[in-house]
Design a protein around this ligand. Structure first.
Ligand SMILES: [Zn+2]
Length: 318
């Protein structure tokens, strides 16, 4: 692609910034207790503010509320999406990327902000625009552009409930190494990099240093894993951590056969391990035959370098 072609392409994609993907559209159903109950059950959130009418009646709100993270749920289209949807600015933009070779797609980030609660009976109205498109970036996946949609949610009174930013990378997939290349010239692929966000970067940095930490609520001392900002028991956001002994017992396990992802060694055993400290932990079990792995098996973890870039706890038979 010449510089002029690239400029012409970028003029076209940047013209999408600010365009409406969908006008303010009320959800087909009002916020309702049945959907909240099912969502809370699937997520495993037992907060009575969501599902217990009697408890909620005595709370400061006076009634149940919907989990704020549900705001994107109410306007979902259901099976209609499988039979094709009307073209909009987002699908036009995606098609434009595809036509120019940027056929790869990777959702990279979702950020929600909450401003006001909703309760059963409220109607959630969603509007969406294409908010921004990055300059051309070189990424591990190939060259591409990040674009971000901004969904704004309001209630039936026009009051803002929240926003959701969804970032997507559209990229030109990298060529696979030629099959004829000799072993020596092929770079050994590394594992998928750990996602390091605001709430879990600290955990991975400790892992890089050879330690597995377990987050602990400073208020009620409850341990939790994986890392998250709030204590599920007392809602405190104050926390510290303890170092795990990495002694544990297998609660559940599976062997991954397909797809075989470059950078991983097979057989690949993934297990949920109950650590001696009490929290559950998902990791690979190594150092034994897959057929030896069983529920109740005692294991001991070691943080090891599994490739050029990655430190990970691996669990061996104890
Ligand atoms: Zn707590």
């Amino acid at each position: 692609m010449t510089t002029e072609d690239l400029k012409a392409f970028e003029d076209k994609i940047y013209a999408f910034v600010g365009r409406e993907v969908c006008p303010p559209t009320p959800a087909k159903d009002a916020v309702n207790g049945a959907m909240i109950r099912q969502w809370a059950e699937v997520i495993g959130d037992t907060n009575p503010a969501y599902t217990d009418d009697t408890w909620a009646a005595t709370s400061s709100r006076g009634q149940t509320i919907a989990p704020p993270a549900m705001m994107y749920v109410w306007g979902q289209e259901g099976f209609a999406v499988t039979t094709g949807r009307a073209p909009d600015a987002q699908s036009e933009l995606v098609n434009l990327f595809n036509e120019h070779g940027y056929s790869g797609v990777l959702g990279t980030n979702v950020k929600q902000e909450y401003f006001k609660e909703t309760s059963p009976g409220d109607t959630v109205v969603m509007a969406m625009t294409i908010d921004n498109i990055s300059e051309r970036k070189t990424t591990g996946r190939g060259p591409g552009y990040f674009f971000e949609t901004l969904a704004t949610f309001t209630n039936q009174h026009g009051e803002k409930i929240g926003t959701q930013r969804f970032k997507v990378l559209k990229f030109i997939p990298q060529e696979q190494p030629a099959a004829a290349a000799s072993e020596e010239t092929l770079q050994v692929p590394t594992r998928i990099a750990s996602p390091r966000g605001h709430d879990n970067k600290w955990w991975w940095e400790a892992c890089d240093a050879g330690k597995v930490l377990i987050q602990r609520c400073k208020n009620c001392q409850t341990l939790r894993h994986p890392p998250r900002p709030m204590c599920g028991e007392c809602q405190s956001m104050e926390w510290d951590s303890i170092e795990s002994t990495l002694e544990g017992e297998i609660l559940s396990h599976t062997q991954i056969h397909h797809p075989k992802i470059p950078g991983y060694q097979y057989p690949l055993i993934c297990a949920v391990i109950k650590l001696a400290e009490g929290t559950n932990f998902m990791a690979n079990v190594v150092g034994c035959e897959p057929s030896d792995v069983h529920i109740g098996m005692k294991v001991k973890g070691v943080v090891e370098q599994v490739d050029e870039k990655t430190m990970l706890p691996q669990f061996y038979p104890a």
